[in-house]
Design a protein around this ligand. Sequence first.
Ligand code: FES
Length: 501
Amino acid sequence: MEPTNSIWKSTVRTRDFTPVTSDISTEVCIIGGGITGLLTGYFLSKEGKQVVIIDDGKIGDGETCRTTAHITNVIDDRYYEIERIHGKENAKLAAESQTAAINAIEEIINHEKIDCDFKRVNGYLLFKPDEDADELQKEYEACVRAGLQIEIAETSPLESFNYPCLKFPNQAEFHPLKFLNGLCEVILKYGGKIYTNSHAEGIEENDEGAKITLANKSVITAKNVVTATNSPISDYLAIHTKQAPYRTYVIGYTIPENYIAEGLYWDDADPYHYIRRYHDGEDEILIVGGEDHKTGQEDNPEERFQCLDEWAYQHFSQLKQMKYKWSGQVMEPVDGLSFIGKDPENEKHCYIATGDSGMGMTHAAYAGILLKDMICGYKNPWEELYNPKRKSLWSADEFIKEGVNVVAQFVDYITPGDESNVKDIKNGEGALIRDGLSKIAVYRDESGTLHKFSAVCPHLKCIVQWNSSEKSWDCPCHGSRFDKMGNVINGPALSNLEKIK
Ligand code: FES
């Protein structure tokens, strides 16, 4: 059978708690039971705050179980680019926050005795020797100015990348779900409460705090609300014009023991690739990721897996068998840095953390530290750097490019459907069908029954697209995703695709 699950979900169970069934009042409510929500909950509950964490699924079952868990301060947009957009001092602050995040994760694991295969390893940034020699030097100098530990290594430990590269000591790796499961125990120990299968349908701010209404009509009243969903559901427009959703693909291969030296690796290709290894209890696994594209804008995701598979076989001669295969979503901010702080659309008591830029592990930890400081009223030097309201003139070209891309998606209203007849949709697949002036999202289940939904995304009305590898409906505009039955699984949309009888 084809491998379809992430290595993390295949080796550790995601945790379930009881759902919210009656009204609750708390100091802080965190929406999102992924790594960002849990780390924020950890720091706040340790500080003595009364914390409630809710998730509409299980803990870590969103993007956290789809990461490759590179815990790193190597910003994939490059430090020289962060310097160009934000200035040298801010690049230094960004490096400081990333490094502090790695240290904080290690400290928590040691202090709370969380068994999650955490290990310090080296990171290697691989540049093509002829084409990218200047890039290597430019990035090296920017990293030195930013205060990072770095050196130019004569060669990387990988057989097919035996040329000079940048080496970053003291990066780290772990099993993200083991970490999350351990964090749950610790949050409960500090008095926090965790609820799963509790879908937030609306957030309303008032003078004293905010009110979160859940799908079952229970209400959570909180003095402060943190939205730690991959794409914020509390914010309707402001943030979504400043970041774009991308899908990324990952394959895990069994390899001979010690065939690959431990470490984190990234190349400089376009699209780029990232690598690490993990022992899943039975086999040594090489994890290879990359081939990113904008969410909902690829007709054939299987082709991306094929490209990744070909790339892996070109670069590694001893791959044995494909054991895991999955994809995930990252939010790319137009200026390369996360958005963490007061929600621009609900500024009194609501906070957001988004724009992980493919560095979700460190993003989660510095977001947790910063949000804890803001909610507790402590000063934090990173507050302005990650302010969600910031505007940068030097990222205007990216801002315009992504804006034009979103507008271009509305052409889907007048294009034909994927299939002209529902009869052509195979069992277990979905497709868009034109019906007069509208488009219908049609899914045929394994028994042949058809399920029909409006293809209009409830967020800002773009047309969703079928994702055949994840069996989901993905919105190409701001990253909302819906399962095959039209239920929302990723914001900013708050509601499901409308059912059609
Ligand atoms: Fe914004 Fe769909 S996510 S329109």
